[in-house]
Design a protein. Structure first.
Length: 367
């Protein structure tokens, strides 16, 4: 293996690929990135056995093909430390990879490519295409509600449900639920559910851009693969059954509140400063045309603020984790939000005042 490449051209795919690589792992090769020169192209691959990222770039000059693995972190740190637009000459010499740039020279240890694992292909059931911006929006609108290291392992991922011409994303940690839908173009009516693990969702979000270029999703029995022009992303799926989210969405709420989203977010952000650091609870008292927000902590400090709202029902007081409400207000797109309540002990439904394609459910807190 011997080639030359511009620093920036190498840094872009290397940064994303290194993101999935675990620094500390029982298998030393999993700390490495696989470099392959073939067909006038450099392919970089990183994996942690759950997620695999593959980036492609065309070097300026290729003198010989080859394949080897080298420390992802060290290679990335070296590239970052080089001057902008530097030319990097990379050559495999026996069991080492030698990098030269101007007056700098680095000699890195390698491991054979045969030790590097890959996520095996599973039988492909179907594929679909959608824009990068649409897929990114779907992740951003729901990803914050994914559970983190929950013993109910199936909650540590995002459900992607395909029914007919509709793609729905659902995430929940048991205290809140987020769901959004979008229309997709499929050649035939299909019905399928898959759970993409949390790390897969987070890494995929880094890969996608706010643009209308298409990405191809290939869905197999135990993995999902996403193709763009520059990258191929693969994630194993969580083997489990996602809970029936439809039962969680409240249907009998009879108290409708309309509130300015920006003003409510500002009020809650200020109240959160004096909320209990562990539980982050705030009390929200809804009365005719008015909302009072109260937060307190163990030091007997208290914040209180009122806000004009559009509400004509009976008075109701309900407690929430303020972080959960702020997460929802950050991803909703309209200037006005609709909050649907039934009583102080029941979940609330939050969505854009105009309806929209996203729904958010938050469980109340006892304060």
């Amino acid at each position: 293996m011997k080639f030359s490449i511009n620093r920036e051209a190498l840094l872009k795919p290397l940064t994303l690929v290194a993101g999935v690589v675990e620094r500390r792992h029982t298998l030393p090769v999993l700390s490495n990135v696989l470099l392959r020169i073939e067909n006038q192209q450099l392919t970089l691959t990183g994996t942690d056995l759950e997620v695999e990222m593959m980036g492609k770039v065309a070097p300026e000059l290729i003198k010989s093909d080859g394949i080897i693995t080298v420390s992802a972190r060290k290679l990335l740190d070296i590239c970052k430390s080089l001057p902008d637009h530097a030319r990097v000459d990379i050559e495999q010499i026996n069991e080492h990879l030698v990098l030269r740039s101007a007056c700098s020279k680095f000699k890195l240890s390698t491991l054979p490519s045969g030790d590097f694992p890959n996520i095996d292909d599973s039988p492909e059931s179907f594929e679909l295409e959608l824009s990068q911006s649409s897929l990114l929006k779907l992740i951003e609108q729901n990803g914050f509600a994914i559970a983190h290291q929950d013993v109910r392992y199936y909650l540590n991922g995002m459900l992607l449900e395909i029914k007919g011409s509709q793609l729905r994303a659902v995430a929940t940690d048991g205290h809140r639920l987020a769901t959004s839908t979008m229309i997709v173009d499929l050649p035939e009516q299909v019905s399928k559910q898959l759970i993409v693990p949390r790390k897969g969702i987070l890494e995929l979000a880094k890969l996608l851009a706010e643009e209308d270029t298409l990405v191809k999703l290939v869905i197999g029995s135990n993995h999902i693969r996403v193709f763009t022009e520059e990258f191929t992303f693969t994630s194993k799926l969580v083997d489990g059954k996602f809970p029936d989210y439809e039962r969680v969405i409240p249907r009998n709420g009879n108290k409708i509140v309309l509130i300015d989203r920006i003003k409510l977010r500002a009020v809650l952000s200020r109240a959160a400063i004096l909320s209990n650091e562990k539980y982050r609870g705030v009390r929200m008292l809804f009365s005719e045309s008015s909302l009072k927000v109260v937060a307190s902590n163990l030091e007997q400090e208290e914040a209180e603020e009122s806000l004009l709202i559009d509400y004509q029902g009976s008075q109701i007081e309900i407690g929430f984790n303020v972080g959960y409400v702020l997460d929802v207000l950050s991803v909703l797109g309209s200037n006005e939000v609709k909050i649907t309540l039934s009583d102080a002990n029941s979940s609330v439904l939050i969505q854009d005042a105009g309806g929209g394609t996203s729904q958010y459910v938050i469980m109340p807190m006892r304060l």
